[in-house]
Write a protein that binds this ligand. Sequence first.
Ligand code: GLC
Length: 571
Amino acid sequence: MNAGTSRNAEVTPTTRWEADWWRSGVVYQIYPRSFADGNSDGVGDIAGITSRLPYLHKLGVDAVWLNPWYLSPLADGGYDVADYRQIDPRFGSLQDAEDLIKKAADMGIRVIVDIVPNHVSDQHPWFKAALASEPGSEERSRFWFHDGRDGDPTHMPTNWLSSFRGNTWTRTTNADGSPGQWYLHLFTPEQPDLNWNHPEVRTEHEEILKFWFDRGAAGVRVDSAVLIIKDPSLPDDPTLLDNPPPDASQPFVDLDEIHEVYQSWRTIADSYDPPRIIVGEVWLPDTNRFAAYLGSNEMHTAFNFDFMTRAWDPSELHSSITATLAAHAPVNAPATWVLSNHDVTRPVTRYGRTDTSFAFEKKRFGTPTDLVLGTRRARAAFLLCAALPGSLYIYQGDELGLPENEELPREVIEDPMYFRSEGVDPGRDGCRVPLPWEDDPKSNYGFSSEASSEQPWMPQPAWWGEYAVSRQEEDPQSMLWFYREALRLRREIEDFHGNDFEWCEDLPESCLGFRRGKVMCIVNFGQHEVPLLDLPILFSSEPVADSIGSDIAVWFTHRSTGEAGPKNKGV
Ligand code: GLC
């Protein structure tokens, strides 16, 4: 039964694991502002996405996840939502969104929308009303307004620090111009945090979920999912003390009360036919705390950031994969395999560096990068991910092997992470540059539908055309062909769909290898060639003759399950 209205658009499953498609589905992430520009104004939009559905269909994805497309001043790329029920006019209209969901469903592609429950835009009517109201008013109680600490109006209420660097409190100005209360924002001042102890905040989000589920959205991606509940006594953050106690935890991260919120969301998601899914942005180092968000009564899946941030190193990745699978098994949730997203450095760039791990704190302008090496490793990394049990996420442009654009003139940078770090952190715009579809600068490399008079909202580098879809279509060795072929095999080979997984223990230290039923994946991270197994090769990230070269992944067909281990010629 549909929990909402009768406008429940069909989500047509085409894959063979239909109802449980999310357990091993492939989800393509679209950053709407930079995917395709249907009206040639230099900003990506829904018309552009709709026009490129055949491309996504050919790539072989089961779903798309769209970064926020709602009405927004774009102070944080749309993660500052002014109205969840309206599409920002730069992206199109609600009708365009409904048409996209319908057309995508007709092609077997589900649409997952982004929900940002931790905060709203400072232009949201609730926040505007709160600013216009008195301290202690109902309007202010939906947020975290507070007087200064210990009776000192100039003193911030807590010492909490923002993950965008800097403070988490901004002082308001009263109508008469005098300084007023403070309000909390874990991100930028344009993103005031909601108070999830307020019942209206909860019911409003339940209505927002139904609004999008009723329009056929196949699920939601939950932004900053572990931050929404705060300790209402607003204690200082003990982790910032000089000698923090060993069990110190932040009073705004992963509080136990969070789970009842997502459990109520699951009830709503399950009341739809087909059931909708919930994917969490759960950045937590403790795998047990992470897994507590998953299972049959809470979220379906969550992003595997542990894997995404690890260095290109067999023991690092071995331990991350082992821990991931061990954490997911007891809650019967599928793992997710993610190489990047709109917040992090593109894989071909990251893997081409001396330090191949990812951390926001480490991002710096001018880090030396070997793109040839990075591209080779990114291909191998994709084959590794595509062979692992669980669902797979692809960030737009990674299938083209796009590097991070690190040549952006500083005056075009928009990301608040750059400004809040006073220009130390390059920010995230380098992975958000509008995609190249054609090798033609006149149409913004095919990003805009016509030879456009408008420049793209974020400039494209002069070498962008080399990565254009049109160029890659003509080259069977291209990243695009490689992604398509890997996804085709993953879809067609049954062994990839279940949970079967077994490490191959008898490989050289430089290698990682595992079996999935009759399929085996081996990656060589070392400098030296490793002799090939005497098994039929299904696919490889680079051509292989009689050995597996450095930074290459190979898929083999194992003779049959149950037979003695594979004949191994040399390792
Ligand atoms: C999430 C988003 C990121 C955004 C932040 C604040 O981490 O992925 O892009 O800036 O939340 O909403």
